[in-house]
Design a protein around this ligand. Sequence first.
Ligand SMILES: O=C([O-])CC(=O)C(=O)O
Ligand SMILES: [Mg+2]
Length: 388
Amino acid sequence: MKITDVQERRVSIASDIENAYISFAGMDVSILAITTDTIVDGQPVVGYGFNSNGRYAPSGLLQHRFLPRLMEADPTSLVDTSGSNLDPFRIWQTLMRNEKPGGHGERSVAVGVIDMAIWDIVAKVEEKPLATLLAERFGDGTPDESVPVYAAGGYYYPDSDLSTLQAEMRSYLDAGYTETKMKIGGLPLDKDLRRVEAALEVGGSGDRLAVDANGRFDLETGLAYAHGLSPYGLRWYEEAGDPLDYDLQRVLAENYAEPMATGENLFSHQDVRNLLRYGGIRPDRDILQMDPVLSYGLVEYMRMLDELRLRGISPRVCIPHGGHQFALNIAAGLKLGGNESYPRVFAPFGGFADSTPIENGRVRTSEHPGIGFEDKADLMELFRTELS
Ligand SMILES: O=C([O-])CC(=O)C(=O)O
Ligand SMILES: [Mg+2]
């Protein structure tokens, strides 16, 4: 089996939303198609990838470093022992040759885009949904039938007020979600608490609403928010401080009894190891949100799960960032705790297959072989038009 072609493009996902740290006015994404010479149903198998969201398109890294490494490698070094399918672990070694350790920057995003497309191919060659392939190869044989998902939104919009926030949250509940998430940290504490209260008027109990500060706070502000949020009993308080400030996370956890979440900006298993060593994570309630695409792909994500296992922590504490079908397959196949969803933002990358509606806060994975992109018309249309 051989890779015969790769195509990468940068596409815009610009919007007028802001979180506490960034505006998405210039946000873009790399999309990737990898074509092989393996024929299934009369067509060459093609795998697709994209880089989740929140980090910019790593087109330069892909075009100048990682895709040439893939295409210049001896094809026999990229396949499994049968020779008839790609081997994501061998491909990872090829991509990372001559890369120094540490400084995980954004090369992890570029490698993650390739890794997504490779797993799409591997499952398509086996003619199985990726969730099934992962459960069979690495799990207990069968994937979870459905995965809990929550609606992430509640961004800061230019002319939004409390009633637009409430209408947004209501639309998620009407669409079948039972849990939602909104942004905090973009306004002073008293104004943010009014937003939280407005969302709670719609969503009901606090344990169905999470809040996300996107790493904005220093310790003092993080503690003030912890104190202000505590009475609501929220689902979780996310990324209060800088993602790599493990001691800040530890001190906050000592001062906030309810669940906290972090991890979407940790891009390596070494960073996760340090979070587990020093971040005061409480496995009975806290949530880890590493995104397999931003962080060197599923190959590295499995190393992160190993770090958890070594410490007796269940993968059920993981609810990946990103709201994409790749993480959904991983959540079902490796039995994580859930997955994010973006019903309104980052289209057409947010959301799941057309055939799998959200029901009672859960979603099934597509029956289509691979990641299931062929079961999501808007995304497939973009891949087909941009990558031909
Ligand atoms: O606003 C963002 O960058 C996305 C984010 O934090 C999330 O989905 O948790
Ligand atoms: Mg977040």
